[in-house]
Design a protein around this ligand. Sequence first.
Ligand code: F6R
Length: 605
Amino acid sequence: MCGIVGFTGAESAAQNILEGLEKLEYRGYDSAGVAVLNDGIISITKVTGRIAALKEKTNNGLALPGTTAIGHTRWATHGAPIDINAHPHISNDGRFAVVHNGIIENYMDLKVSLIKDGYRFESETDTEVVVHLLEKYYNGSMKDCIRKVAAKLKGSYALGILCTEQPNKIFATKQSSPLILGVGVGENYFASDVTALISHTQNVIYLEDGEFAEIDRESIKIYDCTGTEIKKSISHVNWDIQAAEKGGYEHFMLKEIVEQPRAVKATLTPRIRDGKIVLDDLDLDLTGIHKVLITACGSAYYAGCAGKYIIEKLCQIPVELQLASELRYSSLIINDGTLLIVLSQSGETADTIAAMKECSEKGAKTLAIVNVVGSTVAKLADYTLYTNAGPEIAVATTKGYTTQLATLYLFSVYAAGVLGRLSKEKYSQLIKELLSIPKLLQETMDMNSKIENTAKKYFNSSSMFFIGRNTDYAVALEGALKMKEISYIHAESYAAGELKHGTIALISEGTPVIALACNEDIKEKTISNMVEVKSRGARVLAVALNDDKKIAMLANDIIYVPRFDSVFSPILEVIPLQLLAYYVAKFNGCDIDKPKNLAKSVTVE
Ligand code: F6R
């Protein structure tokens, strides 16, 4: 949902900005722009399209001299993705330029009043009100001006600002949108997230809501919302540069799929010590918990769907699921006996944050399972378990999802142990199974090295169905989402038994049905549903346990996962579905890492 970056130092600012924007492109990629402050003049260059187009237009930044600049990559909310709506926006007098991530909710009222005051609007964006407000309230002090402007704004924003009267400085402030300051040597930065910074510095400062930063090449001054200067500690980010690079893979998505055994290992093994799960960060009395409520969006929600089965099975606590975008409008019973589990890779998803705040207000204890350290979700939660997946750059999540599953598994076994719901033997068996997951993930990957050939048979379909029961159904939800978001093929997931209550009418000669049949407890029932669709002409691609001859005989095609007689088997089952979606999208010539209309970090509700 838009990425912003700012630089001031001794080198070419435009080149630094372009490099940072490339790293942030996953946040939005329909238009982009850069503003450079040089010799008291702000020059702005914008393009419709990707950062590559901005690089071309500016000759890789060489056409823009200057050592202080701000930049933006956009995912359009207000106004079409065209040059005039691209950021940075400039004030009528040319003294201010602004980049913005978020939404100014009261922009219409502000716009009407600014037009009355004589300000001229060039764009359809909500952001443009900010730059005119800066012009209106500036009296020589940026600190005072920002405070006055912030008092007028409702909504979410991370703002980066240039002012011609403040040479060699960049300014930043935020409210409910992420913003990180990068502390370099002889140069300093701000950015929407650390991936834009780590090739220059791993030393960062997390700006909090209402704080304002005045940044020059030698120093960073931070003020709180009363205008008082405050000292903030510098955090060291341990993500390395390679983790945010493609490392020889054609796409980030493929690299991230392949990284899953390692990522899941990094999630599980540090928390299993001497045959026990140790969750240092979870100092919570579970005996007072009467209900678990899981909330999230998209794939994170689907990880929650798989989590529900296992928490209920192992802990015998009722688990409710609610989409974060719906939670606030539901009448769910939430109180201090509720444990809210929030799942989020980015930790910045607006709906998830809103749902979390709502539940906290009602007394629920909140446990965040989140990947990005220092993110809003992590900061808001009472307890946080990091998923340790490393940076996930491809818009479609893969290792983000499996590390969420792994963390839910850890939590389930831990909670069941604490609550005395497991015998000693069962607990030890589950620990062994957990520890074997990384190796089995690698085996799953190796077993599916030929999935590219299977994808060739399915890539030109117009519609697909993913079916399964129980945990297989939870995985089907994620499989269908992966397929549709990167290949643009209509894909629907159905609880296998539900198909015959209407949707089976859509099955005709050759319709692909991906049937998940790895859950041994209910496999026979799923087989019946496979037969039902096959008799209506469907082409069935089954996902089954290794060497399942019965399913192999029934299905048109089969994908195997290792036999893993465990409640944790869904984590393996999703791997071939990720690979299938990847290759189907590839054969369709889709832009796999940056699917159309999407952005990775959805910071608008
Ligand atoms: C799909 C995908 C999205 C995210 C969702 C939540 O591949 O990535 O559905 O899962 O937008 O994002 P986070 O986990 O960052 O809260």
